[in-house]
Design a protein around this ligand. Sequence first.
Ligand code: UFG
Length: 329
Amino acid sequence: MRILVTGGAGYVGSHCVRELLAAGHEVTVYDNLSRGHAAAVPSGLLVEGELSDERRIASTLTERRIDAVMHFAAFALVGESVAEPHLYYGNNVLGSFHLIEAMRTPGVSKLVLSSTTATYGTPEKMPIAETTPQQPINPYGFSKLVVERMLDDYAHAYGLGFAALRYFNAAGASPVGDLGEDHDPESHLIPIVLQVALGQRAKIMIFGDDYPTPDGTCIRDYVHVLDLAAAHLAALDRLTPGRGIKCNLGTGRGYSVKQVIDACRQITGHAIPAETAPRRPGDPPELVADARLARELLGWTPQYETIESIVETAWAWHRSHPQGYATKA
Ligand code: UFG
């Protein structure tokens, strides 16, 4: 198929582009490079453009005879969404609206959306199944929920076939070590811990050790970025006009912050000093996926099941790219 990948220069998008190409699809990346990296996109695939530019998107879809869209272009930081909600309503909600409107002109009716566990808010019952009510507690989660609802309405009214894939904690990198996570500033746990191992930070601050969990630190379900990519490819084959697939992407296993740090110590051989700091506002104590629906609907099983296997690939990337994509060869 011919696929337009919005946000294909970003973390999850760039890994997905590689898997699409490996599977024999033709790929066009549509990205404004505001947070993504041109170096993460194979040469010749990038169209630099804004989601707000409906005409540009529509002409790209027509000229390249695109069959389906994978939509990764979005902001994804909870804290930032609370401080600057306009970014999230503007880019995530309005941007997605422009994209799906642009798709109507040439009649492109297949879309895979990068969605999030943040649409659930802070459910008390673990693991989180898709039947859990979606009650987001921050603008980021709400912005993605609005997009999911827009897609429902477009499916019903215009026959869009879509999949909304709700990621838990995306982590890891290409095992070859040439694609990976590069955010500025970095706020995610594993990259920050690995920056300590690289000597770029003195220690890791553990945000809260008084949560109601076995070791007092927050539990998350870390899912490998290549497993996310595989789920997107599987979803592509199952899009049905007028219908939406919505499912969680997680391993179903939870690891605490302390367990993640221990895994990083084991993989890197570095002592990784840690210090307890106050809780980070908005962090739920535990988020673990009930991942059965993705298995059933997509035939998807994560290949990276343990935190060690995920950290190993992240370490391959960070060690060989200590400055991310800006690292000189
Ligand atoms: N953490 C630390 N120290 C750090 C960074 C993180 O202790 O320096 C902790 C956090 O408090 C949290 C855990 O590590 O308990 C994971 O934090 P991340 O920032 O890596 O990831 P989040 O769970 O906050 O975020 C993820 C996704 C978001 C999504 C959110 C839903 O990255 O896109 O889950 O809650 F919105």
